[in-house]
Design a binder for this molecule. Structure first.
Ligand SMILES: Cc1cc2nc3c(=O)[nH]c(=O)nc-3n(C[C@H](O)[C@H](O)[C@H](O)COP(=O)(O)OP(=O)(O)OC[C@H]3O[C@@H](n4cnc5c(N)ncnc54)[C@H](O)[C@@H]3O)c2cc1C
Length: 399
């Protein structure tokens, strides 16, 4: 069945839907609007634009779902090599706020092998309950087995909300879980809150190239699922003395089976500090003019013990690998100090760094948008300023 259809009887070929469609998915054929379903993303703009109610979107209703029986906020506790990853603490921080508004419990779900020693880390960061599945087959992340186990736990315990990190693991796991559970998933959220009128989760994320923020709800399906961008939300603080219930879950052998097997694991060779975890980042953009000029960025970064970041323009030009890119399609970072050199500050770059504690910008254009978010701005030529800054900071830090 077509998810969207036009009534031949009602359509008068006025073209209002064609103008309203942001995806150029509608054309007139034989005096009736025809929608190309391969282009259409069911945004509903045409439905609103049609004053004759000639366009209809078929929405799948949740089948006999007792929404009230879904309770609690769940956080998927991401671990690597049996160490809880910092995104988990960010999710627990945000999850705590949601749980308090809804008057529900906050739970963490931890899958792995010989990971009991990580339970206390989750307790200290505010989990009221921890669901622990300890199996040798779950020692490292695998899409199939992790998804099967998580789906099984959700079916049995019915959380109202399930949050995962928008990390490589979360981006792989969450869609599988959402599809199987026939629920919605909002990827890459930068803000979460609760609708005071309905209690629904409001899931906000950038869309249309970062130019607008969309808030998405999942009112008819449960759990409400979202992946959350790393470093956008603050980590839960450490609270001693919390009482946490630990539930050791048993799962069937079939659930932990996987058709894939990891043969080996190769780490990307990072020559500099990983910017996702760096306290200070020195970032370079197109203003550097050539790849060799990134040495100015690296020298300052070395003096400060900082990571090296970049704009997409510098990555696209092949001046620096993608792993250094900051922004909407790169990494989101939240360092104590972010120094942007020769970066104009387009919205897609700001999406990845504007929550840094202190932003310093160096740009020769006094009207560059980066100065709108910078705490300190230096208007001038980076080729003169950076060597001076590096020299003086080196002297200061040595003394
Ligand atoms: C869907 C989409 C996703 C995107 N994702 C990202 C992303 O993740 N990250 C990202 O960064 N961009 C992203 N972009 C691209 C973004 O829109 C900008 O094109 C990009 O950020 C520009 O990079 P820039 O600031 O280095 O270059 P420019 O915009 O060209 O700015 C260069 C700046 O350097 C300054 N300058 C030049 N010479 C000097 C000098 N000698 N001294 C001091 N200053 C100097 C100039 O005044 C200028 O402000 C995305 C775009 C789209 C459409």
């Amino acid at each position: 069945m077509n998810p969207i259809c036009v009534s031949r009887e009602k359509c008068v070929a006025c073209g209002a839907c064609i103008t309203a469609c942001p995806f150029a998915a509608i054309a007139l054929q034989d005096q009736v609007a025809v929608i190309d379903v391969n282009r259409c993303n069911l945004c509903g703009a045409c439905v609103e634009a049609c004053s004759l109610a000639a366009i209809e979107i078929a929405r799948t209703a949740a089948v006999n779902l007792d929404l009230g029986s879904y309770k609690g906020i769940w956080v998927f506790a991401e671990q690597k090599d049996n160490l809880i990853q910092s995104i988990t603490y960010e999710l627990l921080g945000e999850g705590r706020k949601l749980a308090d508004v809804l008057g529900m419990e906050l739970s963490a779900v931890l899958l792995g092998h010989t990971i009991q020693n990580q339970v206390s880390a989750l307790r200290l960061r505010g989990a009221d309950r921890i669901y622990l599945v300890d199996r040798a087959e779950l020692a490292y992340f695998q899409d199939e087995s992790y998804a099967n186990v998580l789906i099984n736990l959700v079916r049995r315990h019915k959380p109202a909300i399930l949050l995962c990190g928008a990390t490589t693991i979360g981006r792989s796991l969450a869609p599988r879980v959402a599809v199987t559970l026939n629920t919605g998933l909002t990827a890459d959220c930068t803000e979460l809150s609760i609708d005071p009128a309905t209690g629904d989760l409001l899931q906000t994320r950038p869309t249309f190239g970062g130019n607008i923020m969309a808030t998405i709800i999942s009112p008819n399906h449960r759990p409400q699922m979202a992946t959350v961008r790393h470093k956008v939300m603050k980590e839960a603080g450490i609270v001693e003395g919390r009482s946490t219930e630990i539930i050791l879950e048993q799962v069937a052998y079939e659930l932990v089976q996987s058709r894939t097997r990891r043969l080996r694991f190769e780490l990307e060779q990072e020559t500099t500090i990983n910017i996702s975890e760096a306290n200070i980042i020195v970032s370079g953009g197109r203003g550097l003019q050539a790849p060799e000029n990134f040495s100015l960025i690296r020298e300052l970064a070395e003096v400060l013990g900082a990571g090296v970041g970049s704009s997409r323009a510098a990555v696209d030009a092949g001046w620096i690998p993608y792993s250094h890119q900051v922004g909407q399609t790169g990494k989101t970072v939240c360092p104590k100090i972010y120094i942007a050199c020769g970066i104009s500050g387009q919205i897609q770059h700001l999406a990845g760094m504007s929550s840094s504690d202190l932003i310093i910008a160096i740009n020769k254009d006094k009207d560059a948008p980066i100065f709108n978010v910078a705490n300190y701005g230096i208007v001038g030529d980076l080729f003169k300023i950076l060597p001076l800054l590096t020299r003086e900071l080196k002297k200061m830090l040595q003394s």
